[in-house]
Design a protein around this ligand. Sequence first.
Ligand SMILES: NC(=O)c1ccc[n+]([C@@H]2O[C@H](COP(=O)([O-])OP(=O)(O)OC[C@H]3O[C@@H](n4cnc5c(N)ncnc54)[C@H](OP(=O)(O)O)[C@@H]3O)[C@@H](O)[C@H]2O)c1
Length: 321
Amino acid sequence: MSMHAAVVRSFDHPPRYEQYDAPEPSGPDETVAEVLAVGLHPRVRSGAAGRHYTSTGTLPMIPGIDGVGRLPDGGLVYFAVPDDVWGSMAEQAVVDPRRTVPLPDGADVAKIAAAMNPAMSAWVALRRRVPLQPGQSVLVLGATGNAGTMAVQVARRLGAGRVVGAGRNPERLAALAAVGADEVVALDDDREATAARLAKAAAEVDIVIDYLWGEPAAGAMMALLTARADRSRALDWIQIGAIAGPAIELPSVALRSANLRVQGCGQGSVSPRAYLAELPSLVAEIDAGAIAVSARPVPLAEVEAAWTAPEPPGQRTVLIP
Ligand SMILES: NC(=O)c1ccc[n+]([C@@H]2O[C@H](COP(=O)([O-])OP(=O)(O)OC[C@H]3O[C@@H](n4cnc5c(N)ncnc54)[C@H](OP(=O)(O)O)[C@@H]3O)[C@@H](O)[C@H]2O)c1
């Protein structure tokens, strides 16, 4: 049996739409789902380029880490893929029913496929890594991307008292007020001015959700810590993305002179069991429209062109087999 799939045969070339062997379950805990929608997330791009920290280097591979599909019993589900080599960008995918969440019939499949991955980052961070206490204040660093914009909504939804969004895209920054940001901070190349703005708006936050890392994160850490009224009050920094750089230079004094607690949130730092436990409530929030992202559906047959085309800001490409 064969199917259509997006297939990566070289890590330096986008996947191509090809005929490929249909997957088969390898044990009683697996079944084959008909795939209906798959998000093209940054994590999927890095996996397809062999650059994700979980990559095994095996080729050929089908990219895609999650999606919405139909099980053989007819049930509509959100699913996470158990395998990095047989991913979800195909007409069929092997799924472990224990790693699926039932969806109501009539659910917007593109919306769920677009939103789960970016929304999950802050949702799991604020429930599993640093459980948000009602009324606490949060800074989202890199709030103009899909995940960052949803982090503003997630923080609000989970009871944050004040949410500050920081990012570099002025139009997207301006749009954050409508989704729950109390204040926004522009990040630009003038490091001193950026540090002063961050200190003014966010020196007293309890938690930072950081999608940037690199120099902007290092600058923001020092800006917040030095302006904090009581440096012994905990500042929880949750590292989630590294769009601005894979490493930072952190002066030792930042850790000695303030109560800075740095940890990350992703595959490995949170167990698969804990991720799974969070999925049903997150699906419910997205299905109800409480946490939203704009999905851009594209036929899977156009995957090669979609891969390299610039994504309109604030939208997430969703491939439809
Ligand atoms: N750990 C997890 O569980 C998890 C889950 C989901 C996502 N992530 C990670 O989180 C990051 C964001 O994901 P996403 O889905 O939001 O991606 P996205 O929608 O592509 O957004 C990326 C955003 O980053 C902004 N950006 C790029 N370089 C920047 C810089 N130097 N300074 C400020 N902003 C910058 C871009 O803004 P402009 O408009 O200014 O270009 C863009 O809006 C990725 O690294 C992803 O891998 C992690």
